[in-house]
Design a protein around this ligand. Structure first.
Ligand SMILES: [Cu+2]
Length: 461
């Protein structure tokens, strides 16, 4: 979504991009909003791509690169089937990415259209104390209807953030956050694709549409740029591209972000770039609350690679968490009988959750996983939600539009072996605890089934 405000279009960047034949209309837009920075501030940087988001346009005012940020209520569709009443900036959560170049003099107007005061803190930015945005400490709060002006000169480069420092519990829970990215004056190396993913976690009770700001630990929606799979845009790269992924987090938990198919290097944080001698090879990068992490890699392996949080509840959507464990329990007929007593009762899978039917969800609620036709992959349903997307690497891309599913070379896909499926050796009696075979009801399991009667399965309260 693009701001309604004036956009200063850089014809230089537009013409250069068009001549190179690389840019789709979407990409051209991203290039133009920050393109003039290339010409005026010395460096040549690759514009940041914020999947499911955009960068904030700017204009010159008194020799300053000037942005207009509007704090306001926002309706965000996390994925088809779930619209959430959030707070954000300029119609988005996270707010639009603000890009500037080291050495820029920056002015940022912050207009408050929220029903309560706010302020903006520029996380990790080296600036005068009175511009730091902590209400009460560095400034008075910005009241509804007021506009404040922040100004500073960019003295650093790296991945920073912006967020309120007033009523943080409510304003963070509602989705107020955004990237503030400073490009180096002289980029030390070529970056072809530069992505920015803001992590967040929410409690949105099934059937409701407003995040619960009072929850401290038990969240049920985990987002990349305030979207969940299958609503997350994939990251597209050309074979041989050097890719940077910037990840930011102001949620209550850390999130180990894992990328399949490549080994990356941890190259920077909100404290700035790491010296090359300190780069660490990883395939998962933990992003603690209040930090950003930059990773870089060479896109050297074509395919559709998963990119996700490695906490396994964080790749699922809304669910009740206080459930009896039913794995291995024969529940035949239980759901039907309980439904007579507890309308809407949903029995949990006896052979895992992958076989759960799409049954009777409350309105405005997502399935735990995006199966049952909601996210059909080339080989069937992708049982994922939450913090999940894909890194798509391809040869010969004409642009960075989604190229569709990967066309695997012959003989490179795991497949069933011929003949009957191998028979699993029956477990010895004392190993029954690890068996996945249906277990005949015993006294012990009757107790579990009885406790299921009182469990509110979709909502926890
Ligand atoms: Cu996570």
């Amino acid at each position: 979504m693009i701001s309604r405000r004036n956009v200063l279009v850089s014809t230089v960047a537009a013409v250069t991009g068009a001549a190179a034949g690389l840019f789709s209309p979407k990409r051209l837009l991203a290039a133009t909003t920050s393109g003039t920075a290339n010409g005026t501030s010395g460096g040549r940087h690759t514009p940041v791509v914020t999947p499911n988001g955009s960068s904030l346009p700017w204009r010159w005012e008194d020799g300053r690169k000037t942005f207009h940020l509007i704090a306001e209520p926002v309706v965000r569709e996390f994925a088809p089937g779930l619209k959430v009443n959030c707070w954000g900036y300029n119609g988005q959560t996270p707010g639009p990415t603000i890009e500037a170049v080291e050495g820029d003099r920056v002015r940022i107007y912050v207009e408050n259209r929220l029903p309560e005061p706010t302020s903006v803190h520029w996380h990790g930015v080296l600036l005068p104390n009175g511009m730091d945005g902590v209400s009460g400490l560095n400034q008075r709060a910005i009241h509804p209807g007021e506009t404040f002006k922040y100004e500073f000169t960019v003295k650093q480069h790296g991945t920073q953030m912006y967020h309120p420092h007033f009523d943080e519990m409510v304003q963070f829970s509602m989705g107020m956050m955004g990237f503030l990215i400073f490009h180096p004056k002289k980029p030390p190396r070529r970056i072809d694709r530069d992505f920015a993913i803001f992590l967040h976690e929410w409690l949105i009770k099934p059937g409701t549409s407003v995040p619960d700001p009072f929850e401290m630990t038990d969240f049920n929606i985990f987002t990349f740029n305030s979207r969940v799979f299958p609503g997350t845009d994939p990251l597209i790269a050309r074979l041989g591209d050097r890719v940077r992924v910037r990840v930011a987090n102001i949620s209550m938990d850390s999130h180990p972000i894992h990328i399949h198919g490549v080994t990356f290097r941890w190259t920077g944080s909100d404290g700035g770039p790491l010296p090359e001698t300190a780069w660490i090879p990883e395939t998962s990068i933990n992003v603690p609350p209040g930090t950003t992490r930059d990773v870089e890699f060479l896109a050297d392996a074509p395919g559709d690679w998963a990119l996700h949080c490695h906490k396994f509840h964080h790749t699922m959507n809304q669910m009740g968490h206080k459930l009896p464990v039913m794995t291995g329990v024969d529940q035949s007929g239980v759901g039907e009988r309980l439904n007579e007593l507890v309308p809407g009762y949903m029995s949990m899978g006896s052979s895992g959750m992958g076989d759960m039917p799409d049954m009777g969800l409350p309105r405005n609620t997502l399935l735990m996983g995006s199966h049952n036709g909601r996210a059909e992959g080339p080989f069937g349903s992708i049982f994922m939600g939450g913090m999940f997307t894909m890194l798509k690497i391809r040869e010969n891309l004409r642009n960075y539009e989604d190229p569709g599913w990967y066309d695997h070379p012959a003989g490179t896909v795991a497949s069933a072996v011929g003949g009957a499926a191998p028979v699993q050796q029956p477990s010895k009696p004392h190993e029954n605890h690890s068996s996945m075979r249906p277990v005949a009801p015993t006294g012990e399991f009757d107790v579990v089934r009885a406790s299921a009667c009182s469990a509110p399965l979709m909502g926890r309260r």
